[in-house]
Write a protein that binds this ligand. Structure first.
Ligand code: ME8
Length: 635
């Protein structure tokens, strides 16, 4: 029986609406969670919101709400976002939950009883954005490196946690567990920080300055520092101290965070756990930043990228795939819509989408939708099978090491191998000459596709399930597990394979300018257009027009200037050169969209559009089935 798996995201501050940075961390956690489910592990996946502290109070004031009203509203936005991104979290924690508050007080009491809390006067440099004190050497040009603001000097008496006491222990723990913090660059960053003496941590705020927090169990006049409160969510959510979930999952805990919060997670949190006598978490997995136009996303710069907008335009799985494929876990990545469209068209529409559709088409055409058995395999078949089965092992190793982009590259190598196998084996030729070979080839294609779909499930659950459904394999809504696909040929379709529309429609790149961060532009649409209402349809003034004259437009290789009678005579410019001659057009009746905004084309004002059907290079005008008076309404 495999070990359980427990994954967490940061609990996000409710002072801003979710953007692609939050979406990325949460999707990474979801991918990992689904991956471990795929391997047969029992898993627990936690996300939530961080709702106390100065920042929240300031944001609530700005929006004219009480802190409670404000946190309820924004927390709800996060909670509602995750199902839309197909996030499979088991629990959503809020630091304003009573159970969490009780756990924080319990741990503070324990740490206090252990003699690790003392009261003292302190004056320090405080960054409100980070909600923490900075030392001089942490500042860059006197400013907080994250917020580029000068910290305030704050002097007040507060409670302190003796973090310094755990410095040597922590260094030793990191040295003895090389993958405790990963990738290595972040482990080194923490170790390098620990080369200097570790200062004690200020863990309280006087209620006279901030009342929106958890009251200290040993002094009514103070609330808990927001980080001391927030980090504890990882154990309060699973029932610390004696809940079943805590006992089962905590020893297998993995946190996902970005580099901005490395210090609280890599230093404060292990020291807090050690002081409270609790086992340390297993791994801290740290990723880089998504930047936009080479800078951090920020509301003031107006370059915040909304996950929902992207998803609406490009589709959820394409968005999830892009985030995981384009970022090397641990390094920063530049977000651009061009790159997203490029990936969708090349990897999803071309490689994967084509593979699925041509495979299913062949099973239908040659075997009436029923998957044939394999005959004796030849070298090429054995080679494909070996690559597909090897892929499962490579994939497992890569996923366990957060090398998501490499796992996807490995899957795509096999996708491209099957596509080449199809081209070389040419089933359409075998269909005429060798039925046995045809069965063997189709069998190998479908088996490989089955493996591909299973490995894709953590990244693109909806599409993977669709593929499995089309392959007749979906079992009561449960996706295939790794063990199901490892047994080559064992998992057989229980119903006929289904031919279905394209999984990933190509995106037209027309007009894309790559201003990342801006809302997706109108020209960038899926070919599969959204539905329009009847009311919207009625806005179109479609009429029958009779072409009176047609003439070339000097300098244009495509356009003709038409004089069309649509009840009134008007000029309509149409791209008909090469399809119709000027001489054959007069007298023809056509369909005209008469209320299109006038536009100047090659210096000629066009008032309307002549409708035509297009198939590659061929263009044919649409005409009424019988003569109609010019200006007749089309409805
Ligand atoms: O720090 N690129 O909350 P937060 C990638 N409440 N990830 C990004 C990102 C970007 N540009 N921007 C944000 C807090 N993130 C605390 C956490 S945990 C006990 C308390 C993601 O709302 C990334 O995961 O500022 C980062 O660590 C987190 O959002 C910070 O979220």
């Amino acid at each position: 029986m495999s070990e359980p798996f427990y994954v967490t995201t940061p609990i996000y501050y409710v002072n801003a609406e979710p953007h692609i940075g939050h979406a990325y961390s949460t999707i990474v956690a979801d991918v990992l969670n689904r991956f471990y489910r795929l391997t047969g592990c029992k898993t627990f996946f936690l996300t939530g919101t961080d709702e106390h502290g100065d920042k929240i109070v300031a944001s609530a004031e700005k929006s004219g709400q009480t802190p409670k009203e404000y946190v309820d509203r924004i927390s709800h936005l996060f909670r509602m976002l995750w199902p839309k991104l197909n996030i499979s979290n088991d629990y959503f924690i809020r630091t304003t939950d009573q159970n969490h508050k009780d756990t924080v007080r319990r741990i503070l009491s324990k740490v206090n009883e252990n003699g690790d809390i003392y009261f003292s006067d302190y004056e320090g440099l405080y960054c409100v954005g980070c909600e923490r004190f900075y030392t001089q050497r942490e500042l860059v040009d006197g400013k907080c490196p994250d917020h580029q603001t000068e910290p305030e000097v704050i002097g007040e008496a507060n409670y302190f946690f003796r973090m310094s006491k755990y410095q040597d222990w922590l260094i030793d723990h990191i040295n003895r567990h090389p993958d405790f913090i990963r990738p290595e660059r972040y482990r080194n960053e923490v170790l390098s920080f620990l080369k200097e003496p570790l200062e004690d941590l200020c863990i309280s705020r006087p209620k006279s300055r901030l009342s929106w927090g958890i009251t200290l169990p040993f002094d009514e006049n103070f609330v808990t520092y927001v980080w001391f409160d927030a980090l504890i969510n990882y154990i309060s959510a699973i029932g610390f101290p004696d809940g079943e979930g805590f006992e089962k999952f905590w020893p297998f805990s993995q946190h996902i965070i970005a580099k901005d919060i490395l210090k609280p997670h890599g230093i404060y949190w292990p020291c807090m756990l050690k002081s409270a006598g609790i086992e340390i978490y297993q791994h801290l997995n740290v990723h880089g930043y998504w930047n936009v136009n080479e800078g951090k996303m920020s509301k003031s710069l107006g370059n915040v990228v909304s996950p929902l907008q992207l998803m609406d335009v490009y589709g959820l799985d394409a968005f999830r795939y892009f985030l995981l494929r384009d970022m090397v876990f641990g390094l920063d990545s530049e977000f651009s819509e061009e790159a997203l469209v490029g990936r969708i068209n090349a990897d999803l529409a071309n490689d994967l989408g084509n593979l699925v559709s041509r495979s299913l088409t062949m099973v239908h055409k040659y075997f009436k939708g029923k998957l044939p058995d394999s005959g004796a395999p030849e070298e090429a078949d054995k080679d494909l099978k070996e690559s597909a089965l090897d892929l499962i092992d490579r994939y497992e190793t890569l996923m366990k090491n957060q090398a998501f982009h490499k796992a996807l590259i490995a899957i795509w190598e096999v996708i491209s191998k099957v596509n080449k196998y199809i081209d070389t084996m040419a089933p359409w030729v075998l269909a005429k000459s060798d039925c046995d070979r045809l069965s063997t080839v189709i069998f190998h294609i479908v088996e490989t596709l089955k493996i591909v779909s299973a490995l894709l499930w953590p990244f693109m659950p909806g599409s993977a399930e669709k593929i499995q459904d089309q392959l007749g394999l979906a079992k009561k809504g449960e996706a295939l597990k790794l063990d199901d696909v490892r047994a080559w040929g064992k998992e057989r379709a229980e119903k006929p394979l289904v031919k279905a529309p394209a999984l990933f429609p190509r995106i037209e790149e027309k007009g894309l300018k790559g201003e990342a961060g801006k809302a997706p532009r109108k020209e960038t649409r899926k070919k599969e257009e959204p539905m329009i209402s009847f009311k919207e349809f009625q806005k179109m003034d479609l009429r029958i027009g009779t072409i009176r004259e047609a003439e070339a437009i000097p300098g244009s290789k495509k356009l003709l200037k038409l004089t069309v009678d649509v009840g009134d005579e008007r000029t309509v410019v149409a791209g008909l050169v090469g399809h119709y001659s000027e001489a054959e057009l007069p007298g023809k009746q056509v369909l005209v969209l008469a209320n299109l905004e006038p536009v100047k084309l090659m210096g000629v004002e066009s008032r309307g559009m002549v409708l035509a059907a297009e198939d590659g290079d061929d263009v044919r005008l649409l005409m009424p089935d019988g003569n109609m008076p010019p200006g007749s309404i089309v409805k």
